[in-house]
Design a protein around this ligand. Structure first.
Ligand code: SF4
Length: 387
């Protein structure tokens, strides 16, 4: 085995209110459902431990939804169950997502005590008009207060999610947001371009021509501002949307792009192991009816998933390429050979030559990666590498 690391993901689908752009599996709920859900996810964690018997857990990620919207005792119980049932690597990265809209000092203290060592704030913008438009419940000052609390408690590894391409947003406004955030010296920033997804309030407005999205030129300006400011403030771009100070690359996200297997727990959670992709059921009532604890030793896992995809050799090679190329370091041809026993250069010969000649893909030693311009149009390029 190349390595024996595994990542764990827990999905907490609850949010106080749905944001106007959000198509994630998230919703508001009542206390009873939240409590039942926590019990169910704990059953699932115990049931699936047999999957991890050859592995050490390199990272644990509690995402959502808004994990910080549920009582911290539930998060504590979930993590205790993991610690008791899985083989946790030293220095395991343990992350949780939070929204900064209310005072969460006590929750942060509980997270710190139970071993969470990385927190990720959904900030999106420091401009109040943009936050209102997005339907966020917090203000920039709420975030500053939570950030101070987190630092005071002892968290060192803190991320902020930032969004651009927000309706009515100018590149200047994005610049202000990025400066506000970068002055705080966070260790990690994720910067995403807003995509208007179907079945969201934004999509309805968009269809009615009532959503004023920034034009393409403005988005290109935003891309340039992001590159300039992240450079200026010494952030390393290691993936299309992710920037970190030295030593603070997110292990969990990096694993997704580096062919590390993972197990997801909870509603709609995805898993990847043994060359298969799995997805949990997405209906909360059906999920709550699952009987994981009836089959403590059962290895007939297939019936617990909503979707199962066995990756063909071609699928696996394409995925290795698509996911790996999201990283600025790209993919390593030797690793490709070790996994598939064929030369990467032969498999993708025609598009690879084309984009190397155009300098949109570059090669250094055994690594192939996008140039800056190639990264900007990566979706178009990748479509030519489908096997
Ligand atoms: S807080 Fe996050 S998950 Fe919840 S509705 Fe807003 S964007 Fe979606």
């Amino acid at each position: 085995m190349k390595n024996n690391y595994l990542e764990l993901y827990m999905h907490i689908p609850f949010c106080e209110k749905k944001c106007n752009y959000c198509d994630f599996l998230s919703f508001s709920s009542n206390e009873q459902t939240i409590e039942s859900y926590t019990k169910k996810i704990i059953e699932e964690i115990k049931y699936k431990k047999f999957l991890s018997k050859d592995y050490e857990i390199a990272s644990i990620y509690i995402g959502g939804g808004t994990p910080s919207s549920i009582p911290s005792l539930y998060i504590t119980n979930i993590l205790k169950t993991i610690y008791e049932n899985y083989n946790i690597k030293n220095n395991c990265e343990i992350s949780i997502e939070l929204n900064p809209h209310s005072s969460i000092y006590e929750k942060l203290k509980d997270y710190y005590e139970i071993g969470i060592n990385r927190i990720s704030f959904g900030v999106q913008s420091t401009n109040s008009d943009e936050l209102n438009l997005l339907g966020r419940l917090h203000t920039y000052n709420d975030f500053l207060k939570c950030y101070d609390d987190a630092i005071h408690i002892g968290f060192k590894n803190i991320n902020a999610d930032i969004m651009y391409g927000i309706p009515n947003q100018t590149s200047n406004s994005l610049k202000n947001t990025l400066k506000d955030i970068m002055k705080l010296k966070l260790k990690h920033i994720s910067i995403y371009n807003l995509i208007v997804e179907e079945k969201t309030p934004f999509y309805d407005l968009y269809k009615k021509n009532k959503l004023q999205l920034p034009c393409e030129d403005e988005i290109i300006k935003c891309d340039d501002i992001i590159n300039d400011l992240t450079n200026y403030y010494n952030y390393i771009k290691y993936e299309i949307s992710n920037f970190a100070k030295a030593g603070f690359i997110c292990i969990h996200n990096y694993g997704y792009w580096s062919d590390i297997p993972y197990i997801g727990f909870g509603l709609g959670a995805a898993s990847y192991f043994n060359n298969m992709r799995y997805k949990n059921i997405t209906d909360i009532n059906s999920y709550l009816l699952k009987e994981y604890n009836k089959y403590e030793t059962c290895e007939d896992i297939d019936k617990y998933y909503d979707e199962i995809k066995i990756l063909s050799r071609e699928d696996a090679m394409s995925e290795f390429f698509f996911l790996g190329m999201r990283k600025t370091s790209g993919i390593n041809a030797q690793q490709f050979f070790e996994k598939f026993n064929v030369n990467f250069e032969n498999i993708f010969e025609i598009p690879l030559k084309k984009y190397l000649n155009l300098s949109l893909i570059k090669k250094e030693n055994d690594n192939y990666f996008f140039s800056e311009r190639g990264m900007q149009i990566s979706n178009k390029i990748l479509s030519e590498f489908i096997l």
